[in-house]
Design a protein around this ligand. Sequence first.
Ligand code: ZN
Length: 337
Amino acid sequence: MSKRPSPISATVDFEADGVQHGYLKLPISNDESAWGAVMIPITVVANGTGPTALLTGGNHGDEYEGITALLKLANTLEPKDVHGRVIIVPMMNAPAAMAGRRTSPMDGGNLNRSFPGDPDGTVTEQIADYFTRYLVPKCDVVLDLHSGGRTLDIVPFAASHVLENKDQQRQALDGAIAFGAPTAMMMFELDAAKLFDTAVESQGKIFVATELGGGGTTTPERLAIAERGVKNFLIHYGLIEGEIESPSEPQVYVDMPDASCYVQSEHSGLLELTVALGEAVEKGQVIARVYDMTRTGTAPVEYRANRGGLLVARRFPAQVNMGDTIAVIAEVVDSLG
Ligand SMILES: [Zn+2]
């Protein structure tokens, strides 16, 4: 059975040259707004023929490096600088971003676990469906800017995936390396089925994802990496002219081959990470301790690295609960793909 048309409408004309700032409008009817709409800001900058790039942030609403970099780009990118079309959506899950949360306060939806989406589903599923069936088909390349959000801190990296189509895999990997973050990664997903990544890749499009920090804020250094990376991405795929700006240190290549990269807590309490983000760890090394906060005089529980490598992600808040990811350890490799 074919799906009905999306209830979302765009106030921008995707076929027009020039710069347009508008909205994707999703009708809602609730206690706050009987005949209302969810408003998702969108910018289109187009100039003649050429490829189309879709740049997205705020897939998770508390990941501010991408949101900020894309809001700044939307203010500054001019049609004369573009060959083709750049579509910018700084806050894909706008209700989540407005609330400063990972997920939507309207339906609890995690947008990046809602693909390919459903025009008859929840608000979050309706947003996912619009991207899958309307925006992604217009595009050649997609850059989705994530970071750790409020609960994780992650070394800045761009990543691509292992794909069956090796030409598609190579083109995405080249884009991830060209992004120019300090680290580039071939990524293992714990659960790929409902990701935006998969919705894009299954249409044969080039997809690059990033993780650019976290903790629910930005720093000047990480924002600079995000902004430089977006520009490098657009240069690499021929959307704008210029020289790719490489990172000052040689790029580190890492691989996350399997689930042993993830260290998850089996206790609740106060977390002490004994290794800093980006540091090397050895297999079996103590990387964290969890303290019982209900009494003194109790030895902490020690957590050890399942494998050697680099600490590429850590839990950000000092308190930890059972099941939380404490640390992610990636393997350093000479080359990717
Ligand atoms: Zn995210």
